[in-house]
Design a protein around this ligand. Structure first.
Ligand code: FES
Ligand code: CO
Length: 350
């Protein structure tokens, strides 16, 4: 599926960057192939419009913020958050021409990130129960990978790769399948409940509350249409550890991996740096497979796919079924045919 060719995907909210990035001024981002610019208004809330001035096409992300408005750096035209040009400095006494505007997008802050929906959202912005419970929030990742959004999503529910890809961290080489696996379809996507034995991290006592080298864990792993997962771990010690991972589609060959974590303990109990070090090791293992290493164009119409399967692929197959149904419900056909635009960067850490 080429995400930039499926208009219904424009109708979802995506996390695009940490709000703190906007402190440095307007920032560019590419979402579903569309070049956008975000900035922070005077009240601290974010706004997003197309990153192309309607005067002489200059990138507005190279401009500056003036109060609530975004100013173009070329001739100083200013835009408000609706995309309307509200100031032409060279013509102070004249009316602004009616066509002087740029497309504006839905934009809001949530969980410390700026979220954008390019077209009218089909559903409200995500809520996180952990915020209401007062769990601390830890920023983990904000980086670009050369892969498809569905590839990262199906990987996040694929228990068959742990013994191989994660043999250097939590995976057990002699356990290629979990002890228990159940999948329940929901309105938002599905929930997978998984029980498996895993190797604990070196500082396990602080991270999990146990000193045992291996423990049996129960995961609740939710997939939220189209490209977000929520992984909940409940340790026997009472520690709750909840990870949100967004595969925000940049274009047909790239995603922005945005991940944050909630914990019900304190920084003193377990420093964020320790948690991030361990998760960085784990995510780097996935990155070495997915970033430039698989075809980003994952088919959702399985009758057309050229990929073989096995039983543990069920979550990925269910994602494909639900995404195909989403396309059909909105009168769309799946569009295929990805061609590489960006050269693959070989990562020396893999
Ligand atoms: Fe933006 Fe002229 S190109 S003001
Ligand atoms: Co993995």
């Amino acid at each position: 599926m080429l995400v930039t060719k499926q208009p219904v995907l424009r109708r979802f909210w995506y996390a695009v960057m940490p709000m703190t990035k906007l402190d440095a001024g307007p920032q560019p981002f590419t979402l579903l192939g569309e070049d956008i610019v975000l900035w922070k208004k005077a009240d601290g809330t974010p706004a997003a419009v197309r990153d192309r001035c309607c005067h002489r096409t200059a990138k507005l992300s190279r401009g500056f913020v003036d109060g609530d408005n975004l100013a173009c750096g070329y001739h100083g035209w200013q835009y408000d958050c609706t995309g309307a040009c509200v100031k032409i400095p060279q013509q102070p006494g004249l009316a602004i021409p009616p066509g002087a505007r740029v497309p504006a997008y839905h934009c809001a802050e949530r969980f410390g990130y700026a979220w954008v929906a390019l077209d009218d959202p089909l559903m409200p912005l995500l809520e996180a129960q952990e915020e209401k419970l007062g769990h601390r929030r830890i920023h983990q990742f904000d980086e670009t990978w050369q892969t498809g959004a569905l590839r990262l999503m199906e990987n996040s529910f694929d228990t068959a790769h742990f013994a191989f890809v994660h043999a250097g961290t939590f995976g057990q080489g002699d356990q290629p399948k979990p002890k228990h696996f159940a999948l329940d379809e929901t309105d938002y996507g599905f929930e997978a409940r998984v029980v498996l034995e895993i190797n604990n991290p070196p500082d396990s006592h602080r991270i999990t509350g146990t000193t045992d080298p291996v423990t049996t864990r129960t995961f609740s792993n939710q997939w939220h249409l189209p490209f977000l997962r929520k992984l909940g771990l409940a340790y026997p010690s009472g520690i709750r550890h909840t990870i949100y991972t967004c595969a925000t589609p940049v274009d047909d060959g790239r995603i922005q991996v945005i991940q944050w974590l909630y914990r019900n303990d304190t920084e003193e109990d377990c420093p964020a740096a320790l948690l991030n070090d361990w998760d960085t090791r784990v995510v780097l293992e996935d990155k070495c497979v997915l970033d430039g290493g698989v075809d980003p164009d994952a088919p959702v119409d399985v009758s057309r796919r050229d990929e073989a399967g096995m039983a543990s692929d069920r979550p990925g197959m269910l994602m494909r079924k639900r995404l195909l149904a989403l396309l059909k419900d909105h009168g769309e056909h799946e569009v295929h045919g990805w061609t590489r635009i960006h050269p693959v960067q070989e990562d020396a850490t893999c």
